[in-house]
Design a protein around this ligand. Sequence first.
Ligand code: ADP
Ligand code: MG
Length: 351
Amino acid sequence: MAAIELKGLTKVYPGGVKALDSLDLEIPDGEFFALLGPSGCGKTTLLRTIAGLETATGGAIVIGDRDVTGVQPGARDVAMVFQDYALFPHMDVTDNIAYPLRIKKVAKAVRAEKAREVGERLGLAHLMDRRPGQLSGGQQQRVALARVMATQAQAFLFDEPLSNLDARLRLEARTFLKKLQRELGVTTVFVTHDQAEALAMADRMAVMENGLIRQIGTPAEVFQRPANTFVASFIGSTPMNLLDGQVRGERLEVAGCKLPVPSSVEGRLSDGEQIVYGVRPEYMTYSAEPVEGAFGGRVSIMENLGAAHLVTLEVNDTLVQVVVQEGSEPPLGAEGFAVPKDGRALVYRDG
Ligand code: ADP
Ligand code: MG
C-alpha cells in the first residue's frame, strides 16, 4: 500500500483538449479518495494517467516512494476497475479473478487458491464456475472487484464502478465496497459523477471542473463550505440557494430582503459590492411568523422528500428553497419566512 502524489499533472490530448490542467494532489496511504465532477471534466483521464494507460503531457506521478511517470502500466502496481467491468466473457469467474496473476506468471495452483479465497470473501464462492453472461450486474461487479483484490496492488483505481447497477443495488454496493476498502486499507481513488456517492464513501474528496480541481476536503467540509459557486451548485441532494445580492452598508440586500452579513465572511465587504448569497435549504428554518433578517415570501411549490418537504418560496420574483420537517409543512399559497441558520450562509464573490 502506498500514498499517491500528483505534481503539476497535465494531459493534453492530440487535437488540443486539455483534460488535466496542472493538477497537484496528495493522497495519503490507505485513504479512500473520491474524485467528483461532471461528465467530461477529466476524471477518467486522471485515473488512466495514474495507471499509465495514458501518457502524461507534463508533471509527475509518485506512488509510494517511486516516481512512476515514465513506468509501464504493468509495473506501476496499481489496479483499475473500469465502468463496464471489462470481464472476459469466455472465462469463468475463477479465471477472470485470477487473470492478472496469470499475466504475472503466478503458478496455476496458487492462482486458483487466491481466486477461491478472494471469491469467498466477496460472496462469490457458489459462482466460481459461471461465466460473466450467467451473472447479475451486481455479481459481475463483485467479480471485477475480486480481480482487483487478487492482485494485491499498492492502490486501487475505480472508474464509476457502481454506475451500471440499479439504484437499490448501488446503495448496497456502496456500503460493501467501503467496508472492504476499510478492511484492506488499500489507497483508493474512486471516480464518480454522483455527489451523494462521493459524500457517502470518501475520507476526502476533490471536485473537478474542466481539468481543474476546484476544491479538496472532507465530505463535511465540501458540503458545509463549498469553496465556490461551482462546487456549491454541484454538491447536495437539494440544490443550494445561490442568490444575487448586494452589500448595503452593514447588511446585505438579497432578493429584496435585508439580511445580516453571515458570520462565515472573513474580512470586510465593501458597500455596493455585488455578491452571491449561498445557503442550503437544509440550513434554513421555516417560520409562519415574520422574522427579522429572513426571506419573506409566498409558498409556491412543495416537494416531498420523504421525512421532510422542500418548500419553495416566491420572494420578490426570486425562488428561495427551505427544507421543512415532516408535520410542519405550510399550506400552498401561505405567507412564510425562510430563516438562515446562524453561521450557515456563505457569501461568494466569484459569481
Ligand atoms: P470524464 O471521465 O470526467 O467524463 P474524460 O477524462 O473522459 O472525462 O474526458 C476529459 C476530456 O478529454 C473531454 O473533453 C473528452 O472529450 C476528452 N477526451 C477523453 N479521451 C480523449 C481521447 N482519447 N482523445 C481526445 N480527447 C479525449
Ligand atoms: Mg469517465
